[in-house]
Design a protein around this ligand. Structure first.
Ligand SMILES: C[S@@+](CC[C@H](N)C(=O)[O-])C[C@H]1O[C@@H](n2cnc3c(N)ncnc32)[C@H](O)[C@@H]1O
Length: 282
């Protein structure tokens, strides 16, 4: 079949006339039931991506293969996921590219794992550490369903990221941390990163942000960390009514990014400390 057509094994996302979405995997012989008729999977296979499908009782759906962002928002969760806008910023600012060796912790529900695997392609490798055994099958199922198979370049490890130095056979290009206490793991991240590698830390609160950034500076093997809050403000547009949406997720998180320096160490910054930065200023 052509890539612009649905085939068995594909995820399919249906949107009705009210904008409600439902998604499932296309399988031979299966039937999708609605309150207004049914759709046979066998009749969906071979249809064009983006087609309008009509049930046996005339209900209409626009059908697409889901985007990564649609998929992660719709998938079953164990732990809280990283939202698509933050996934995009992690991939972009973390400069995560095909062929790279990446480590993440914790795997949680696997949303970040999916985005990382997508970015590194088959030529890269991803190792995901997860402390909680009960989250492993959730992440595994979500990743496997997204790619249609368990990626052979993905290793999910049941255990603490603090064991990463012993459990990895080589250094990596990127480390991404999304956990409650990332500042406890900065030293390990430093040990496993190649010189020039990038550490990316996602946190939700200012106290986590501060502890993480200070630990990165203290350890002496990273460049000056850069931190920013990530906001996305959706807009409504209908004729002349062009305005921000009435509701938005005002806050999801902060990203902190730093480079692993080489053997020469960190070039000290020449600057005056900000007023009030340290208690001795008071
Ligand atoms: C917010 S969730 C991660 C969600 C994930 N990034 C996603 O997008 O689906 C945080 C996860 O980190 C795990 N965790 C916390 N500390 C850890 C550690 N030191 N090593 C490995 N996993 C850890 C927790 O069990 C939890 O599942």
């Amino acid at each position: 079949m052509k890539s612009g057509e649905f085939e068995f094994g594909d995820r399919i996302q249906l949107q009705d006339e009210k904008g409600r979405m439902i998604s499932f995997t296309l399988a031979p012989g299966e039937v999708f039931h609605t309150h207004k008729g049914f759709l046979k999977h066998d009749e969906i296979a071979g249809r064009e991506d983006g087609a309008i499908l009509v049930t046996s009782s005339g209900m209409k759906f626009q059908a697409f293969k889901p985007l990564l962002s649609d998929y992660v928002l719709g998938m079953k969760r164990g732990a809280t996921i990283i939202y698509p806008k933050d996934l995009a910023l992690i991939i972009g600012f973390g400069d995560i590219r095909p062929g790279m060796k990446v480590v993440e912790a914790g795997a949680g529900s696997g949303a970040l794992s999916i985005a990382l695997l997508n970015a590194i392609t088959d030529s890269g490798t991803l190792t995901s550490f997860e402390l909680r055994e009960d989250f492993l099958p959730v992440a595994e199922k979500n990743v496997t369903d997204f790619f249609g198979r368990k990626p052979s370049n993905w290793k999910i490890v049941a255990g603490n990221f603090s064991e990463a130095r012993d459990r990895l056979t080589e250094r990596v290009d990127r480390v991404v941390l999304d956990m409650l206490a990332p500042w406890e793991q900065i030293e390990i991240a430093s040990h496993i990163l190649n010189p020039g590698g990038v550490l990316i830390v996602y946190v939700a609160t200012t106290t986590q942000l501060s502890r993480t950034a200070e630990r990165i500076k203290e350890i002496g093997t990273f460049s000056e960390p850069m931190s920013f809050e990530t906001l996305l403000r959706p807009w409504h547009h209908e004729g002349l009514a062009v305005r921000p949406e009435h509701s938005m997720n005002a806050h999801t998180g902060f990203l902190t990014i730093a480079r692993r320096v080489g053997r020469d160490g960190v070039l000290p910054r020449r600057r005056r400390p900000a007023k009030g930065a340290y208690s001795t200023d008071l």
